[in-house]
Design a protein around this ligand. Sequence first.
Ligand SMILES: Nc1nc2c(c(=O)[nH]1)N[C@H]1C(S)=C(S)[C@@H](COP(=O)(O)O)O[C@H]1N2
Ligand SMILES: [Mo]
Length: 453
Amino acid sequence: MQDEFGSGRLIKAPESFLSRADVATVWAQSKRGRRDFLRNAFAAAAAGVAAPVALAQGNPVPKDGGDPNILNLPAHSVGLGQSVAVEGYGKPSKYELNVQRRQSPGLTQTTQASVSFAPLQSLFGIVTPSGLHFERHHQGWWDIDPSKHRLMVNGMVKAAKVFTVDEIMRLPAVSRFHFIECGANTAVDWGNVAVPTVQYTHGMVSCSEFTGVPLITLLELAGADLKNGKFVLAEGADGSSMTRTIPMELIKSGEVFVAYGQNGEMLRPEQGYPLRLIVPGVQGVSWVKYLRRLEVGDQPYAAKDEAIHYMDLQPGGLHRQYTSIQECKSVVTTPSGGQVLLDQGFYNISGLAWSGRGKVGRVDVSVDGGRNWRTARLQTPVLSKALTRFNIDWVWDGKPAIIQSRAMDDTGYVQPTYKQLRDVRGTRSIYHNNAIQSWLVQESGEVKNVQVS
Ligand SMILES: Nc1nc2c(c(=O)[nH]1)N[C@H]1C(S)=C(S)[C@@H](COP(=O)(O)O)O[C@H]1N2
Ligand SMILES: [Mo]
């Protein structure tokens, strides 16, 4: 049961799944089977008859004469499995091949300067498996030799300092869970409904446990002027010359760090191996990958990725610049666009919420397009500037329903409706669309992306 868009685990059960009735039959047979097994074994021993032929191939006949596979167990329950470490680095089950990052056809002119979206509809909890982390490259990705890579700290410092990756890995480390969201996530839905699944509407967000060294430590080691230095320019080593200004206030908070680790192992090449900047709460573009230089300065740099791109168009020809924080946002991932509800009855509505300003405080869910709201359960852990998983019970009566989630963060900020957002920003914005998402459940059970103002 796979579909073109990989909308994930269809809620409709595939034929190959056991129904509840089947499960009950199997369970009853298994209990009866165990009794029969004992009875047969005793009878055979008493009568001294020949042992029955084994049912499963290659299954030795036990000496006591009992039927080794009277339960008619599948091969995997009676034979030998695979050897350990057949592959030194494991892979997901072959039944999960539909869980993939995906590109949006026609979105960009070249696949090097493009995006792949994370399959949010297929993920549980809050961590994005590294191989499914969304990708955004401006000039393609590289697998850089860490022994040759260097990170320089210069500008308003006592003496410019160059670090090797090994030197950085010897320093005191921190590990923290954070989400990264591209400022352009949900951008195609500004004007109207544009894409069918949550992978394409919201899949430019991911969450990992990152490990590395606080940026302030590196600045101190270089003797940076932390009084007059107000900004740091971060620069990447790929052809895009990705450069972003990071305010010193954020760095002094200790939250910004230079990472080499992701989910317990080294960063993936697509994520900036061997070094990337982690700027919690701030839009993805500031999380410079293949980080090679940090320059301390006393004013914002107005780099190309701040002066031309990543600005928000406003009505009347105005625009906003340096709007870096990803405001509070949420989305229901199940049920979501492209999925099909099997039949009426119980469903666990599940989704993700996040805020660039701190922790998620509350998530409300509506199944009637925003008329009535119920508060969802937040799944622990609820971490600052990390994805937060929410769940809520729902009994579907088979009638059309519009499912929405509305998150609130611990500053009290509430995720806006499309109308509220468009009143301020118009419809020509690209970045920073954090509006409430709506999924229409049709009578057929099919779920569609819709917009409710
Ligand atoms: N060096 C470098 N850093 C970069 C980019 C890039 O193209 N080159 N893309 C930026 C953008 S726009 C985003 S959204 C994030 C994407 O990170 P990811 O590919 O790990 O998801 O990296 C940012 N850092
Ligand atoms: Mo981005």
